[in-house]
Design a protein around this ligand. Structure first.
Ligand code: NAD
Length: 499
């Protein structure tokens, strides 16, 4: 059994209190991956002090040189992709095809960030006045606190860390307590690529202890958080009080709409992948299926047959479609929602319980579950469950489908299957989500586009693509007057001829 450490002050060190927590394979709880530091405020304080020194060194490193480090990171991740995916599946459970995709997202983000080091555009615009230049440019901010969830153990940390680093910030990174090993691998790769050691700090531990200490630290001016809306509210309250720059990416209650004119086979594949990929533990997972009445019964029949045939198992075993859930708490949460759905009068068509399959042994397996006759407004239809549970709602028209989609507090992704171009474009413009897919499932974000949601899914920032670079840098404006005279903006401007 391996004992892992934090990475603080340029060295791998144990936590101050000397306490560690266990990290176990969710597909087989007898498989102990290792013990990881249970860190607290004093560990965080040392990490922040070191990160401040790292920032002083890193902010003066030219951005293209910072990008070069990330190019090497991408190269190392490419070389080690298979081995990293295997470790991630062991730690987090989703099948190897999915963890390979998770690593690939990190690789793509690394190469995008590497090239962004040669852009980080500002603007040069005409001045109102003669012989005067007006421009804006980017400055790094300082120590970035990065708090991550368990479900994309590689992709989400890289979405935060790589842009933060290219912009010239240093980072204090806390992975979710269920995936500390992947976080450790990522930091090892950054160091191997040549990142100056004090620029990155890795602090393991619980959210309530280590996470909160990062958020509350006065020398951490920006926080990027991905996790549940409930935790995001706590983080947001602290950041509001302390006037910190904050990016929140939180929960979802995403819907796939299938219209009567859809390609049903395509919609079926999309629904299965969207609802049960990553065992439903994606922020963009399809947890609601909105079916138009003409195809409702037929589509539901096809879907239930396919869902029953999905193979539950260890993500490292060939042929596994659906892996385990992350931990016992997650299983219990799903069970609570099964009871809630039944009490509300929804029809349980398949699943609804832990797998009784004895060959699965001591894993956190829950059967893919479908509820029909779910009414808009049921808790099953409104609240994020974050497990393999799909609620089916029957509607008559596209307008009704759009209303049902929009009538939740979240707004991450949505999807519509239709062959009608007008309906498709109406969906793009009218669905209240950060992302809408046409004839594709609710999951499938690409690294070079902005990612995030509206309403209580986010606070207006985006990860991914070009937009995230604005979050990790401060815009500064510079004016250079080379006229040799006092020129007064808004007073001496717009004259056709000089005095
Ligand atoms: P979580 O909110 O339980 O934890 C997320 C992180 O916050 C963890 O690292 C945790 O240790 C930390 N944390 C917990 N309490 C804290 C506190 N008081 N102060 C500071 N940090 C604290 O979420 P999770 O279970 O790891 O992930 C699932 C949730 O994440 C779902 O709601 C899902 O929708 C959401 N998610 C959102 C996105 C997105 O981009 N919108 C992406 C992935 C996951």
């Amino acid at each position: 059994m391996k004992l892992f450490n934090n990475f603080i002050g340029g060295a791998w060190v144990p936590p101050d209190a000397g306490e560690f927590f266990e990290n176990r394979n969710p597909a087989d709880r007898d498989d102990l991956i290792g013990r990881f530091p249970m860190s607290g405020p004093t560990d965080v304080d040392r990490a922040v002090k070191s990160a401040k020194r790292g920032f002083e060194q890193w902010r003066t490193t030219p951005a293209p040189a910072r990008g070069d480090v990330l190019r090497i990171v991408g190269d190392i991740m490419t070389r080690r992709k298979e081995e990293i995916a295997d470790a991630m599946t062991r730690e987090m459970g989703k099948p190897l095809t999915e963890t390979r995709g998770d690593v690939q997202e990190g690789i793509d983000t690394a190469y995008y960030a590497a090239s962004e080091g040669r852009r980080l555009f500002g603007h040069t615009v005409p001045s109102e006045l003669r012989n005067k230049w007006a421009m804006s440019f980017r400055r790094p901010i300082g120590v970035a606190g990065l708090i991550c969830p368990f479900n994309f153990p590689m992709a989400i940390p890289t979405w935060k860390m790589f842009p933060a680093l290219v912009c010239g910030n240093s980072c204090v990174f806390k992975p979710a307590e269920d995936v500390p090993h992947t976080g450790t691998i990522l930091v090892e790769i950054l160091l191997e690529a040549g990142l100056p050691p004090e620029v990155i700090q890795l602090v393991h531990g619980t959210g309530e202890e280590a996470g909160a200490a990062i958020v509350e630290h006065p020398d951490v001016p920006l926080i990027s958080f991905t996790g549940s809306t409930e935790t995001g509210s706590i983080v947001g309250a602290t950041c509001g009080r302390m006037h910190k720059r904050l990016s929140l990416e939180m929960g979802g209650k995403n819907a796939q709409i299938v219209m009567d004119d859809a390609d049903l086979d395509l919609a079926l594949e999309g629904a299965l992948w969207g609802a049960f990929g990553t065992t439903g533990q994606r922020c963009t997972a399809t947890s609601r299926l909105i079916l138009q009445k003409g195809i409702h019964d037929r589509f539901l029949g096809m879907l239930v047959d396919k869902a029953r045939a999905l193979k539950l198992g260890d993500g490292r075993t060939k042929g596994t479609d659906v892996g385990p859930m992350i931990n016992e708490n997650a299983l219990e949460k799903v069970e609570r929602y099964i009871d809630i759905g039944l009490a509300d009068g929804a029809d349980l068509l398949c699943g609804g319980r832990r797998s009784g399959d004895t060959h699965l042994g001591r894993g956190n397996f829950f059967e893919p579950t479908i509820f029909a006759r779910v009414e808009a407004g049921y808790r099953l239809e409104q609240e994020e469950i974050f497990g393999p549970v799909l609620s089916v709602i029957r509607v008559s028209t596209a307008d009704e489908a759009f209303t049902v989609n929009n009538d939740v507090r979240y707004g991450l992704s949505s999807s519509i299957y239709t062959r009608d171009v007008n309906t498709a474009f109406r969906a793009l413009s009218d669905l209240d989500n950060g992302i809408t897919y046409v004839n594709a499932p609710t999951i499938g974000a690409e690294a070079h586009l902005p990612f995030g949601g509206v309403k209580q899914t986010g606070n207006g920032h985006r990860e991914g693509g070009w937009q995230v670079y604005e979050f990790y840098s401060e815009t500064k404006v510079g004016y250079a007057d080379f006229s040799g005279t006092l020129q007064r903006a808004q007073i001496d401007n717009y004259r056709a001829t000089p005095d």
